[in-house]
Write a protein of this length. Structure first.
Length: 149
């Protein structure tokens, strides 16, 4: 009878150990899955941060190029004003290049706003940004339609 009870106790112990092992295995698997999800999310956020940094760098470069064009334009205007310039003024080319740079800078600024969940106010005279869910512009008060907000 003792051998029979020992056999049953041994089977119960094995079953309990097996259940504990299965529980531990499933728990560790769940922890591993959560860790993978966390790393994937961190990777996406890191990638987003890299993209934002690249956009900011490009914006900074464009600002520098724009300042150079402004200097050239100012120099040409001054030389033309003092009649010191013997060569034709290339103001139209400089202005066209400035316009291109400004369009590109505005595109980058808009992209950066959208990545932060914001967008420019639809009122072109207002420099404010609109946040998701806003009904009115916080600065100028222009009402926003559902597509804008």
């Amino acid at each position: 009878m003792d051998n029979e009870n020992n056999g049953k106790n041994g089977n119960n112990e094995r079953n309990e150990k097996s259940e504990v092992f299965e529980w531990l295995k499933s728990s560790l698997s769940a922890v591993g899955d959560m860790a993978k999800q966390g790393l994937d999310m961190a990777g996406k956020k890191g990638g987003e941060a890299v993209e934002i940094t690249k956009l900011r760098w490009k914006l900074s470069q464009l600002r520098g190029e724009t300042l150079h064009l402004y200097r050239e334009l100012g120099k040409n205007v001054y030389l033309h004003h003092t009649k010191c310039a013997n060569t034709p003024v290339k103001d139209e080319e400089l202005l066209a290049e400035l316009d291109k740079k400004h369009v590109e800078m505005e595109s980058i600024k808009r992209d950066l706003l959208l990545r932060r969940g914001e967008q420019p106010c639809p009122n072109e005279d207002c420099p404010s940004t609109i946040h998701t869910g806003d009904v009115f512009c916080r600065k100028c008060g222009v009402p926003l339609n559902k597509e804008t907000a």
